[in-house]
Design a protein around this ligand. Structure first.
Ligand SMILES: NC(=O)c1ccc[n+]([C@@H]2O[C@H](COP(=O)([O-])OP(=O)(O)OC[C@H]3O[C@@H](n4cnc5c(N)ncnc54)[C@H](O)[C@@H]3O)[C@@H](O)[C@H]2O)c1
Length: 465
Protein backbone atom coordinates (compact mmCIF):
# COMPACT_ATOMS: atom_id res chain seq x y z
CA UNK A 1 0.00 0.00 0.00
CA UNK A 2 1.39 3.38 -1.01
CA UNK A 3 1.76 6.23 1.46
CA UNK A 4 -0.02 9.21 0.00
CA UNK A 5 1.11 12.79 0.50
CA UNK A 6 -0.69 14.67 -2.29
CA UNK A 7 -4.06 14.21 -3.89
CA UNK A 8 -6.02 16.35 -6.30
CA UNK A 9 -9.61 16.51 -7.41
CA UNK A 10 -10.73 17.76 -10.82
CA UNK A 11 -14.09 19.50 -10.41
CA UNK A 12 -14.87 21.87 -7.53
CA UNK A 13 -18.62 21.31 -7.53
CA UNK A 14 -21.22 19.99 -5.10
CA UNK A 15 -19.28 16.72 -4.78
CA UNK A 16 -15.63 17.71 -5.27
CA UNK A 17 -15.75 20.70 -2.90
CA UNK A 18 -17.31 19.07 0.19
CA UNK A 19 -15.65 15.66 -0.32
CA UNK A 20 -12.15 17.07 -0.56
CA UNK A 21 -12.74 19.50 2.32
CA UNK A 22 -13.64 16.57 4.55
CA UNK A 23 -10.65 14.49 3.38
CA UNK A 24 -8.32 17.44 4.10
CA UNK A 25 -9.93 17.89 7.51
CA UNK A 26 -9.58 14.22 8.44
CA UNK A 27 -6.14 13.62 6.88
CA UNK A 28 -3.91 16.51 7.98
CA UNK A 29 -0.78 14.85 6.54
CA UNK A 30 -2.24 14.85 3.01
CA UNK A 31 -2.17 17.94 0.81
CA UNK A 32 -5.48 18.23 -1.02
CA UNK A 33 -5.85 20.45 -4.11
CA UNK A 34 -9.23 20.96 -5.77
CA UNK A 35 -9.01 22.29 -9.31
CA UNK A 36 -11.60 23.57 -11.75
CA UNK A 37 -11.62 25.34 -15.09
CA UNK A 38 -14.28 27.71 -13.79
CA UNK A 39 -12.28 30.68 -12.48
CA UNK A 40 -15.26 32.32 -10.80
CA UNK A 41 -16.06 29.15 -8.86
CA UNK A 42 -12.47 28.83 -7.66
CA UNK A 43 -12.38 32.52 -6.68
CA UNK A 44 -15.45 31.95 -4.56
CA UNK A 45 -13.91 28.89 -2.90
CA UNK A 46 -10.98 31.16 -2.02
CA UNK A 47 -13.11 34.10 -0.87
CA UNK A 48 -12.11 35.43 2.56
CA UNK A 49 -15.80 35.77 3.37
CA UNK A 50 -16.85 32.16 3.97
CA UNK A 51 -20.48 33.08 3.35
CA UNK A 52 -19.55 33.55 -0.30
CA UNK A 53 -18.45 29.95 -0.95
CA UNK A 54 -20.10 28.75 -4.19
CA UNK A 55 -21.91 25.96 -2.41
CA UNK A 56 -24.10 26.22 0.61
CA UNK A 57 -24.00 23.17 2.88
CA UNK A 58 -24.52 23.17 6.66
CA UNK A 59 -21.11 22.80 8.37
CA UNK A 60 -19.07 23.28 5.20
CA UNK A 61 -17.78 26.80 5.72
CA UNK A 62 -16.39 25.84 9.13
CA UNK A 63 -14.41 22.95 7.63
CA UNK A 64 -13.15 25.03 4.72
CA UNK A 65 -12.23 27.88 7.09
CA UNK A 66 -10.26 25.54 9.34
CA UNK A 67 -8.23 23.85 6.60
CA UNK A 68 -7.95 26.20 3.61
CA UNK A 69 -4.37 27.37 3.07
CA UNK A 70 -3.03 24.63 5.37
CA UNK A 71 -3.57 21.37 3.50
CA UNK A 72 -6.61 22.36 1.43
CA UNK A 73 -6.20 24.43 -1.73
CA UNK A 74 -8.51 25.57 -4.52
CA UNK A 75 -6.91 26.42 -7.84
CA UNK A 76 -7.32 26.65 -11.61
CA UNK A 77 -3.85 25.23 -12.20
CA UNK A 78 -5.14 21.86 -13.32
CA UNK A 79 -1.93 20.54 -14.94
CA UNK A 80 0.24 21.37 -11.95
CA UNK A 81 -2.13 19.63 -9.55
CA UNK A 82 -2.29 16.52 -11.78
CA UNK A 83 1.48 16.41 -12.07
CA UNK A 84 2.05 16.56 -8.31
CA UNK A 85 -0.71 14.24 -7.10
CA UNK A 86 -0.42 10.53 -6.43
CA UNK A 87 -4.20 10.13 -6.47
CA UNK A 88 -6.43 12.08 -8.87
CA UNK A 89 -10.18 12.17 -8.29
CA UNK A 90 -12.37 13.01 -11.28
CA UNK A 91 -15.47 14.77 -9.98
CA UNK A 92 -16.73 16.66 -12.99
CA UNK A 93 -20.33 16.89 -14.13
CA UNK A 94 -21.85 14.05 -16.17
CA UNK A 95 -25.13 15.55 -17.40
CA UNK A 96 -27.69 13.83 -19.60
CA UNK A 97 -26.73 14.14 -23.28
CA UNK A 98 -28.56 16.90 -25.12
CA UNK A 99 -27.39 15.85 -28.59
CA UNK A 100 -26.64 12.83 -30.80
CA UNK A 101 -26.90 9.16 -29.90
CA UNK A 102 -28.56 8.60 -26.53
CA UNK A 103 -29.83 12.21 -26.46
CA UNK A 104 -32.08 12.77 -23.44
CA UNK A 105 -30.95 9.56 -21.72
CA UNK A 106 -27.28 8.62 -21.88
CA UNK A 107 -24.69 10.38 -19.74
CA UNK A 108 -22.54 12.94 -21.52
CA UNK A 109 -19.01 11.81 -20.80
CA UNK A 110 -17.17 14.55 -22.67
CA UNK A 111 -16.01 16.27 -19.47
CA UNK A 112 -14.74 13.00 -18.01
CA UNK A 113 -12.94 12.13 -21.22
CA UNK A 114 -11.31 15.56 -21.36
CA UNK A 115 -10.00 14.97 -17.84
CA UNK A 116 -8.62 11.55 -18.80
CA UNK A 117 -6.87 13.01 -21.84
CA UNK A 118 -5.46 15.80 -19.73
CA UNK A 119 -4.12 13.36 -17.14
CA UNK A 120 -2.60 11.27 -19.92
CA UNK A 121 -0.87 14.34 -21.35
CA UNK A 122 0.49 15.71 -18.09
CA UNK A 123 1.39 12.68 -15.93
CA UNK A 124 5.02 11.69 -15.65
CA UNK A 125 4.71 9.43 -12.60
CA UNK A 126 2.37 6.53 -11.73
CA UNK A 127 -1.12 7.61 -10.66
CA UNK A 128 -4.26 6.22 -9.14
CA UNK A 129 -7.19 7.75 -11.03
CA UNK A 130 -10.48 7.67 -9.14
CA UNK A 131 -13.89 8.04 -10.79
CA UNK A 132 -15.85 10.06 -8.26
CA UNK A 133 -18.38 11.27 -10.82
CA UNK A 134 -21.37 8.98 -11.36
CA UNK A 135 -20.65 7.11 -14.54
CA UNK A 136 -22.36 4.47 -16.64
CA UNK A 137 -21.25 0.89 -16.21
CA UNK A 138 -18.02 0.19 -18.10
CA UNK A 139 -16.77 3.79 -18.23
CA UNK A 140 -13.62 2.82 -16.38
CA UNK A 141 -12.53 0.75 -19.35
CA UNK A 142 -12.84 3.80 -21.63
CA UNK A 143 -10.77 5.89 -19.24
CA UNK A 144 -8.24 3.08 -18.97
CA UNK A 145 -7.90 2.82 -22.71
CA UNK A 146 -7.27 6.57 -23.04
CA UNK A 147 -4.70 6.53 -20.25
CA UNK A 148 -2.92 3.39 -21.41
CA UNK A 149 -2.32 4.73 -24.87
CA UNK A 150 -0.27 7.74 -23.86
CA UNK A 151 3.04 6.10 -24.62
CA UNK A 152 4.83 7.77 -21.73
CA UNK A 153 5.34 4.57 -19.69
CA UNK A 154 3.26 5.75 -16.74
CA UNK A 155 1.18 3.15 -14.90
CA UNK A 156 -2.42 4.12 -14.13
CA UNK A 157 -4.77 2.26 -11.83
CA UNK A 158 -8.42 3.19 -12.32
CA UNK A 159 -10.77 2.96 -9.36
CA UNK A 160 -14.49 3.62 -9.13
CA UNK A 161 -15.41 5.40 -5.91
CA UNK A 162 -18.94 6.78 -6.38
CA UNK A 163 -20.18 9.42 -3.98
CA UNK A 164 -23.34 8.79 -1.95
CA UNK A 165 -23.63 12.15 -0.18
CA UNK A 166 -26.93 14.01 -0.35
CA UNK A 167 -26.93 17.76 -0.81
CA UNK A 168 -28.11 19.59 2.30
CA UNK A 169 -26.48 16.97 4.54
CA UNK A 170 -23.23 16.50 2.62
CA UNK A 171 -20.80 17.09 5.48
CA UNK A 172 -22.61 14.77 7.85
CA UNK A 173 -23.05 12.15 5.12
CA UNK A 174 -19.32 12.23 4.39
CA UNK A 175 -18.26 12.07 8.03
CA UNK A 176 -20.75 9.32 8.90
CA UNK A 177 -21.03 7.47 5.59
CA UNK A 178 -23.06 4.24 5.75
CA UNK A 179 -20.48 2.81 3.38
CA UNK A 180 -17.81 3.81 0.94
CA UNK A 181 -17.54 1.82 -2.26
CA UNK A 182 -14.19 1.23 -3.91
CA UNK A 183 -14.18 -0.73 -7.14
CA UNK A 184 -10.98 -1.80 -8.85
CA UNK A 185 -9.16 -4.60 -10.66
CA UNK A 186 -8.38 -7.82 -8.85
CA UNK A 187 -4.75 -7.73 -10.03
CA UNK A 188 -1.99 -7.17 -7.42
CA UNK A 189 -1.59 -3.51 -8.50
CA UNK A 190 -5.37 -3.07 -8.54
CA UNK A 191 -5.61 -4.46 -5.03
CA UNK A 192 -2.81 -2.15 -3.90
CA UNK A 193 -4.65 0.86 -5.33
CA UNK A 194 -7.90 -0.16 -3.60
CA UNK A 195 -6.04 -0.52 -0.30
CA UNK A 196 -4.34 2.86 -0.76
CA UNK A 197 -7.67 4.63 -1.25
CA UNK A 198 -9.29 2.60 1.55
CA UNK A 199 -6.57 3.85 3.92
CA UNK A 200 -7.66 7.44 3.30
CA UNK A 201 -11.25 6.73 4.31
CA UNK A 202 -10.03 4.60 7.23
CA UNK A 203 -8.82 7.85 8.85
CA UNK A 204 -12.39 8.37 10.04
CA UNK A 205 -14.58 5.44 9.00
CA UNK A 206 -14.61 1.92 10.52
CA UNK A 207 -13.06 -0.67 8.18
CA UNK A 208 -16.29 -2.64 7.78
CA UNK A 209 -17.91 0.35 6.11
CA UNK A 210 -15.29 0.44 3.35
CA UNK A 211 -16.48 -2.01 0.72
CA UNK A 212 -14.19 -3.21 -2.04
CA UNK A 213 -15.75 -4.59 -5.22
CA UNK A 214 -14.94 -5.00 -8.87
CA UNK A 215 -15.24 -1.86 -11.00
CA UNK A 216 -18.50 -2.76 -12.69
CA UNK A 217 -20.33 -3.55 -9.46
CA UNK A 218 -19.23 -0.23 -8.04
CA UNK A 219 -20.35 1.78 -11.07
CA UNK A 220 -23.68 -0.03 -11.29
CA UNK A 221 -24.36 0.15 -7.53
CA UNK A 222 -24.33 3.94 -7.61
CA UNK A 223 -26.97 4.08 -10.35
CA UNK A 224 -29.04 1.44 -8.58
CA UNK A 225 -28.87 3.23 -5.21
CA UNK A 226 -30.29 6.39 -6.76
CA UNK A 227 -32.89 4.43 -8.74
CA UNK A 228 -34.12 2.69 -5.56
CA UNK A 229 -34.33 5.98 -3.63
CA UNK A 230 -36.18 7.75 -6.41
CA UNK A 231 -38.46 4.73 -6.82
CA UNK A 232 -39.57 5.09 -3.19
CA UNK A 233 -40.43 8.75 -3.75
CA UNK A 234 -42.41 7.95 -6.89
CA UNK A 235 -44.14 5.05 -5.15
CA UNK A 236 -45.36 7.17 -2.26
CA UNK A 237 -46.28 10.02 -4.62
CA UNK A 238 -48.40 7.62 -6.66
CA UNK A 239 -50.26 6.69 -3.48
CA UNK A 240 -50.63 10.39 -2.56
CA UNK A 241 -52.80 10.87 -5.66
CA UNK A 242 -54.97 7.98 -4.55
CA UNK A 243 -55.25 9.40 -1.02
CA UNK A 244 -56.55 12.69 -2.38
CA UNK A 245 -59.44 10.83 -4.07
CA UNK A 246 -60.30 8.80 -0.99
CA UNK A 247 -60.44 9.49 2.71
CA UNK A 248 -57.02 7.95 3.24
CA UNK A 249 -54.32 10.30 4.50
CA UNK A 250 -50.83 9.87 3.05
CA UNK A 251 -49.17 10.70 6.40
CA UNK A 252 -51.01 7.81 8.01
CA UNK A 253 -50.28 5.47 5.12
CA UNK A 254 -46.56 6.42 5.16
CA UNK A 255 -46.39 5.77 8.86
CA UNK A 256 -48.26 2.50 8.62
CA UNK A 257 -46.00 1.08 5.94
CA UNK A 258 -42.79 2.75 7.17
CA UNK A 259 -43.02 1.08 10.56
CA UNK A 260 -42.74 -2.28 8.82
CA UNK A 261 -39.09 -3.05 9.48
CA UNK A 262 -38.79 -4.71 6.07
CA UNK A 263 -39.76 -1.41 4.42
CA UNK A 264 -38.33 1.26 6.74
CA UNK A 265 -39.43 4.85 7.20
CA UNK A 266 -37.02 6.86 5.05
CA UNK A 267 -37.89 8.41 1.67
CA UNK A 268 -41.60 7.97 2.26
CA UNK A 269 -42.60 11.63 2.38
CA UNK A 270 -45.02 12.52 -0.37
CA UNK A 271 -44.11 15.76 -2.12
CA UNK A 272 -44.38 17.72 -5.34
CA UNK A 273 -41.70 15.42 -6.74
CA UNK A 274 -38.00 14.75 -6.50
CA UNK A 275 -35.42 17.03 -8.10
CA UNK A 276 -31.68 17.39 -7.98
CA UNK A 277 -28.99 16.75 -10.52
CA UNK A 278 -28.76 13.02 -9.92
CA UNK A 279 -31.96 10.99 -9.59
CA UNK A 280 -33.39 11.66 -13.03
CA UNK A 281 -30.04 11.61 -14.79
CA UNK A 282 -28.93 8.36 -13.19
CA UNK A 283 -32.22 6.57 -13.84
CA UNK A 284 -32.19 7.73 -17.47
CA UNK A 285 -28.73 6.28 -17.65
CA UNK A 286 -29.93 2.98 -16.25
CA UNK A 287 -32.78 3.00 -18.75
CA UNK A 288 -30.39 3.71 -21.60
CA UNK A 289 -27.96 0.99 -20.58
CA UNK A 290 -30.77 -1.56 -20.17
CA UNK A 291 -32.19 -0.68 -23.57
CA UNK A 292 -28.80 -0.88 -25.22
CA UNK A 293 -28.48 -4.45 -23.91
CA UNK A 294 -31.94 -5.26 -25.35
CA UNK A 295 -33.59 -5.40 -21.91
CA UNK A 296 -36.73 -3.49 -22.87
CA UNK A 297 -38.84 -4.53 -19.86
CA UNK A 298 -36.07 -3.56 -17.45
CA UNK A 299 -35.77 -0.17 -19.15
CA UNK A 300 -39.53 0.43 -19.09
CA UNK A 301 -39.76 -0.55 -15.43
CA UNK A 302 -37.26 2.09 -14.32
CA UNK A 303 -38.47 4.74 -16.73
CA UNK A 304 -41.85 4.64 -15.02
CA UNK A 305 -40.22 6.16 -11.90
CA UNK A 306 -39.50 9.31 -13.92
CA UNK A 307 -42.89 9.32 -15.64
CA UNK A 308 -44.52 9.22 -12.19
CA UNK A 309 -42.34 12.11 -10.99
CA UNK A 310 -43.29 14.27 -13.99
CA UNK A 311 -46.94 13.43 -13.36
CA UNK A 312 -46.68 14.59 -9.74
CA UNK A 313 -45.29 18.01 -10.72
CA UNK A 314 -47.93 18.43 -13.41
CA UNK A 315 -50.67 17.29 -11.04
CA UNK A 316 -49.62 19.94 -8.52
CA UNK A 317 -49.66 22.73 -11.11
CA UNK A 318 -52.98 21.53 -12.54
CA UNK A 319 -54.48 21.46 -9.07
CA UNK A 320 -53.48 25.10 -8.48
CA UNK A 321 -55.08 26.13 -11.76
CA UNK A 322 -58.28 24.15 -11.14
CA UNK A 323 -58.64 25.48 -7.59
CA UNK A 324 -58.15 29.09 -8.67
CA UNK A 325 -61.38 28.78 -10.68
CA UNK A 326 -59.64 27.36 -13.75
CA UNK A 327 -57.75 30.51 -14.53
CA UNK A 328 -54.52 31.90 -13.15
CA UNK A 329 -54.05 34.50 -15.86
CA UNK A 330 -52.90 37.77 -14.26
CA UNK A 331 -53.11 36.23 -10.77
CA UNK A 332 -50.22 36.64 -8.40
CA UNK A 333 -48.89 33.36 -7.08
CA UNK A 334 -46.10 33.46 -4.49
CA UNK A 335 -43.56 30.64 -4.52
CA UNK A 336 -41.91 29.83 -1.22
CA UNK A 337 -38.78 27.96 -2.20
CA UNK A 338 -36.97 27.34 -5.48
CA UNK A 339 -34.12 24.99 -4.42
CA UNK A 340 -34.76 21.31 -5.13
CA UNK A 341 -34.71 20.66 -1.39
CA UNK A 342 -33.90 22.46 1.85
CA UNK A 343 -30.41 23.40 3.01
CA UNK A 344 -28.91 23.68 -0.46
CA UNK A 345 -28.69 26.44 -3.05
CA UNK A 346 -28.77 23.82 -5.84
CA UNK A 347 -31.77 24.12 -8.13
CA UNK A 348 -30.99 21.54 -10.78
CA UNK A 349 -34.17 19.69 -11.82
CA UNK A 350 -36.07 21.38 -9.00
CA UNK A 351 -39.83 20.74 -9.09
CA UNK A 352 -40.33 24.51 -8.67
CA UNK A 353 -38.95 25.14 -12.17
CA UNK A 354 -41.51 22.90 -13.84
CA UNK A 355 -44.44 24.04 -11.71
CA UNK A 356 -43.52 27.66 -12.50
CA UNK A 357 -43.24 26.89 -16.19
CA UNK A 358 -46.70 25.28 -16.27
CA UNK A 359 -48.26 28.26 -14.43
CA UNK A 360 -46.48 30.83 -16.59
CA UNK A 361 -47.91 29.08 -19.64
CA UNK A 362 -51.30 30.00 -18.17
CA UNK A 363 -50.09 33.61 -17.79
CA UNK A 364 -49.82 33.55 -14.00
CA UNK A 365 -47.62 36.18 -12.35
CA UNK A 366 -45.18 34.49 -10.02
CA UNK A 367 -43.16 36.02 -7.18
CA UNK A 368 -40.41 33.80 -5.82
CA UNK A 369 -38.77 33.89 -2.42
CA UNK A 370 -35.98 31.43 -1.58
CA UNK A 371 -33.56 31.99 1.31
CA UNK A 372 -30.47 30.74 -0.60
CA UNK A 373 -31.09 30.84 -4.34
CA UNK A 374 -30.04 33.90 -6.35
CA UNK A 375 -32.21 35.79 -8.81
CA UNK A 376 -29.79 35.05 -11.67
CA UNK A 377 -30.05 31.30 -10.99
CA UNK A 378 -33.85 31.37 -11.03
CA UNK A 379 -33.99 33.17 -14.36
CA UNK A 380 -31.27 30.92 -15.78
CA UNK A 381 -33.33 27.84 -14.81
CA UNK A 382 -36.40 29.17 -16.59
CA UNK A 383 -34.56 30.46 -19.64
CA UNK A 384 -32.92 27.05 -20.05
CA UNK A 385 -36.33 25.50 -20.79
CA UNK A 386 -36.75 27.88 -23.75
CA UNK A 387 -40.55 27.81 -23.29
CA UNK A 388 -40.72 31.60 -23.72
CA UNK A 389 -38.33 34.49 -24.23
CA UNK A 390 -36.04 35.64 -21.40
CA UNK A 391 -37.85 39.01 -21.47
CA UNK A 392 -41.18 37.30 -20.99
CA UNK A 393 -39.82 35.24 -18.07
CA UNK A 394 -38.61 38.46 -16.39
CA UNK A 395 -41.92 40.19 -17.03
CA UNK A 396 -44.05 37.39 -15.57
CA UNK A 397 -41.80 36.24 -12.73
CA UNK A 398 -40.23 38.40 -10.03
CA UNK A 399 -37.76 37.43 -7.34
CA UNK A 400 -37.90 39.05 -3.90
CA UNK A 401 -35.73 38.95 -0.82
CA UNK A 402 -38.52 39.00 1.76
CA UNK A 403 -41.21 36.34 2.24
CA UNK A 404 -43.75 38.95 3.32
CA UNK A 405 -43.17 40.92 0.14
CA UNK A 406 -43.97 37.81 -1.89
CA UNK A 407 -47.28 37.38 -0.03
CA UNK A 408 -48.41 40.97 -0.66
CA UNK A 409 -51.70 40.87 -2.64
CA UNK A 410 -51.08 37.27 -3.66
CA UNK A 411 -53.99 35.07 -4.68
CA UNK A 412 -52.09 31.99 -3.59
CA UNK A 413 -48.87 30.75 -2.03
CA UNK A 414 -47.23 27.54 -3.21
CA UNK A 415 -44.69 25.83 -0.97
CA UNK A 416 -42.13 24.21 -3.22
CA UNK A 417 -39.12 23.61 -0.94
CA UNK A 418 -39.22 22.35 2.65
CA UNK A 419 -37.08 25.14 4.19
CA UNK A 420 -37.60 24.97 7.98
CA UNK A 421 -38.15 28.73 8.22
CA UNK A 422 -41.47 28.44 6.37
CA UNK A 423 -42.92 26.70 9.43
CA UNK A 424 -41.97 29.59 11.68
CA UNK A 425 -43.58 32.38 9.64
CA UNK A 426 -46.30 34.55 11.06
CA UNK A 427 -49.04 33.07 8.88
CA UNK A 428 -51.66 35.41 10.38
CA UNK A 429 -49.84 38.40 8.95
CA UNK A 430 -49.36 36.58 5.67
CA UNK A 431 -53.10 35.94 5.58
CA UNK A 432 -53.82 39.64 6.08
CA UNK A 433 -51.53 40.59 3.21
CA UNK A 434 -53.09 38.19 0.71
CA UNK A 435 -56.18 38.59 -1.43
CA UNK A 436 -59.19 36.57 -0.25
CA UNK A 437 -59.94 33.76 -0.48
CA UNK A 438 -56.30 33.13 0.42
CA UNK A 439 -55.04 29.83 -0.97
CA UNK A 440 -52.00 27.88 0.19
CA UNK A 441 -50.78 24.89 -1.84
CA UNK A 442 -48.39 22.88 0.27
CA UNK A 443 -46.21 20.78 -2.01
CA UNK A 444 -44.01 19.70 0.90
CA UNK A 445 -46.60 18.84 3.53
CA UNK A 446 -45.07 21.29 6.00
CA UNK A 447 -48.00 22.94 7.71
CA UNK A 448 -50.99 21.77 9.71
CA UNK A 449 -54.24 21.70 7.77
CA UNK A 450 -56.27 22.32 10.89
CA UNK A 451 -54.23 25.37 11.98
CA UNK A 452 -54.14 26.87 8.50
CA UNK A 453 -57.87 26.47 8.03
CA UNK A 454 -58.49 28.06 11.44
CA UNK A 455 -56.51 31.08 10.29
CA UNK A 456 -58.85 31.35 7.32
CA UNK A 457 -56.73 29.86 4.55
CA UNK A 458 -58.02 27.60 1.80
CA UNK A 459 -55.31 25.03 2.37
CA UNK A 460 -54.28 22.10 0.15
CA UNK A 461 -51.69 19.59 1.21
CA UNK A 462 -50.41 16.95 -1.19
CA UNK A 463 -51.82 13.54 -0.30
CA UNK A 464 -54.84 14.75 1.68
CA UNK A 465 -58.34 15.18 0.32
N1 LIG B 1 -24.58 16.69 -6.53
C1 LIG B 1 -24.77 15.57 -5.86
O1 LIG B 1 -25.51 15.51 -4.89
C2 LIG B 1 -24.05 14.31 -6.27
C3 LIG B 1 -24.03 13.22 -5.40
C4 LIG B 1 -23.35 12.08 -5.76
C5 LIG B 1 -22.72 12.02 -7.01
N2 LIG B 1 -22.76 13.08 -7.85
C6 LIG B 1 -22.04 12.99 -9.13
O2 LIG B 1 -20.81 13.69 -9.00
C7 LIG B 1 -20.46 14.31 -10.24
C8 LIG B 1 -20.24 15.79 -10.04
O3 LIG B 1 -21.46 16.37 -9.61
P1 LIG B 1 -21.54 17.84 -9.01
O4 LIG B 1 -22.92 18.00 -8.50
O5 LIG B 1 -20.39 18.07 -8.12
O6 LIG B 1 -21.33 18.70 -10.36
P2 LIG B 1 -21.02 20.26 -10.48
O7 LIG B 1 -21.56 20.67 -11.82
O8 LIG B 1 -21.45 20.97 -9.25
O9 LIG B 1 -19.42 20.34 -10.53
C9 LIG B 1 -18.64 19.87 -11.58
C10 LIG B 1 -17.47 20.83 -11.76
O10 LIG B 1 -16.56 20.24 -12.70
C11 LIG B 1 -15.95 21.29 -13.43
N3 LIG B 1 -15.34 20.76 -14.66
C12 LIG B 1 -15.96 20.25 -15.75
N4 LIG B 1 -15.03 19.83 -16.65
C13 LIG B 1 -13.81 20.11 -16.13
C14 LIG B 1 -12.47 19.90 -16.58
N5 LIG B 1 -12.23 19.31 -17.75
N6 LIG B 1 -11.47 20.30 -15.79
C15 LIG B 1 -11.71 20.89 -14.58
N7 LIG B 1 -12.95 21.09 -14.09
C16 LIG B 1 -14.00 20.70 -14.86
C17 LIG B 1 -17.08 22.26 -13.68
O11 LIG B 1 -16.58 23.56 -13.98
C18 LIG B 1 -17.85 22.19 -12.33
O12 LIG B 1 -17.44 23.21 -11.45
C19 LIG B 1 -21.58 13.97 -11.21
O13 LIG B 1 -21.20 12.83 -11.96
C20 LIG B 1 -22.74 13.63 -10.30
O14 LIG B 1 -23.63 12.72 -10.89
C21 LIG B 1 -23.40 14.23 -7.50
Amino acid sequence: MKKVSKICCIGAGYVGGPTMSVIADQCPEIQVTVVDINQERIDRWNDKDLDKLPIYEPGLKEIVGANRGKNLFFSTEVDKAIDEAEIIFISVNTPTKTYGKGKGQAADLKFVELCARNIAKVATTDKIVVEKSTLPVRTASAIKSILENTGNQVNFEILSNPEFLAEGTAVNDLLNADRVLIGGDDTPSGQEAKDTLSAIYAHWLPKERILQTNVWSSELSKLVANAFLAQRVSSINAISALCERTDANIAEVSRAIGTDSRIGSKFLNASVGFGGSCFQKDILNLVYISRSFGLQEVADYWEQVIIMNDYQKKRFADHIIATLYNTVSGKKIAFYGWAFKKDTNDTRESAAIYVADALLEERAEITVYDPKVSEERIYADLDYLETRSPEENRRLLKVVKEPMQAAEEAHAIALLTEWDEFKTYDWDTIYEKMLKPAFVFDGRRMLSKETMEKKGFQYYKIGQS
